[in-house]
Design a protein around this ligand. Structure first.
Ligand SMILES: Nc1ncnc2c1ncn2[C@@H]1O[C@H](COP(=O)(O)OP(=O)(O)O)[C@@H](O)[C@H]1O
Ligand SMILES: [Mg+2]
Length: 257
């Protein structure tokens, strides 16, 4: 079931290397991702986007701050019910497409037939029927990322984190994947926190774009995007919002050279 995600006062620094001072990456971040919505975080490279997602996923611990899922505070990584999709696809090379999609489901105690049915549903819905028996190395980058998305969504996570999932793909494949992701989302209404340095991608997908400052990062501006989907990237409204985000980012990097 899609859950909401709330982040309050989240800070993170990395310890000093040699004589240098500690690196403050995230500084008192606050934001809310409503259940069933797509919220993007747009920020320049090195601004701490991956660090933020790793903390939310429980792969790293914050210095301060709290995290709530469906308004309940989560302290340990267990029971967070979060799925994460990385920029570099991390499929298991020795498993077929079908077996990769099943990975997260095998941990649950569900009858084998139910598991098989669920995997079949994903294979069909994701257009992967011709590839079910193939191994990751036999697939294109776009197909691999589709398998990674299916694998992450199959167990039904409350919140899905996506860390620039399409930035390693060529332009055309990226376009296809963006509209594919929207189609999947329109049916399922997952809660998605999508991180990207690509402004167009964030505007195309999201209900809100959170623009973050360069390090130490905080949420500098929240931009609601109410245009109906699918969005026309050449429309006036789309480009006015794009201009607004570019201006915010420029202002932030001038203030923080
Ligand atoms: N494990 C680490 N130890 C020290 N510094 C790190 C570590 N991970 C990331 N950083 C630094 O934190 C900053 C933010 O990195 P990152 O979260 O990867 O940014 P982004 O994903 O926005 O490009 C960078 O300056 C990076 O060098
Ligand atoms: Mg990153």
């Amino acid at each position: 079931m899609a859950a909401s995600l709330t982040i309050k006062g989240l800070s993170k620094s990395y310890p000093a290397q040699k004589d240098a001072v500690p690196l403050l990456v995230l500084e008192s971040m606050d934001f809310h991702v409503p259940a069933g919505s797509i919220v993007s975080i747009a920020g320049l490279n090195g601004s701490g986007k991956t660090t933020l997602l790793r903390i939310i996923a429980g792969l790293e611990s914050p210095d301060t701050g709290s995290m709530l899922i469906d308004e309940k505070i989560k302290t340990s990584s267990s029971g967070r019910n979060i799925g994460m999709i990385f920029q570099e696809v991390a499929l298991l090379p020795w498993r077929t497409v079908r077996q990769n999609i099943a990975v997260g489901l095998e941990l649950d105690e569900r009858p084998k037939t139910e598991l098989e049915d669920l995997v079949d549903d994903f294979i069909t819905a994701f257009g992967l029927a011709d590839y079910a028996g193939k191994y990751p190395k036999e697939l294109s980058g776009g197909l691999r990322q589709k398998v990674a998305i299916a694998r992450t969504l199959a167990p039904g996570p409350g919140v899905v984190l996506m860390d620039e999932p399409f930035s390693a793909l060529d332009c055309q494949t990226r376009e296809e994947m963006l509209s594919f992701l929207l189609k999947v989302w329109a049916k399922r209404q997952d809660t998605i926190l999508f991180v990207t340095h690509n402004i167009e991608e964030s505007l195309y997908l999201s209900d809100q774009v959170l623009v973050i400052s360069p390090k130490p990062s905080r949420v500098a501006e929240i931009i609601p995007v109410t245009m109906p989907r699918p969005r026309d990237k050449t429309s006036l409204e789309f480009n006015m919002l794009r201009r607004r985000i570019i201006d915010v980012l420029r202002r932030l990097s001038e203030a923080n050279p």
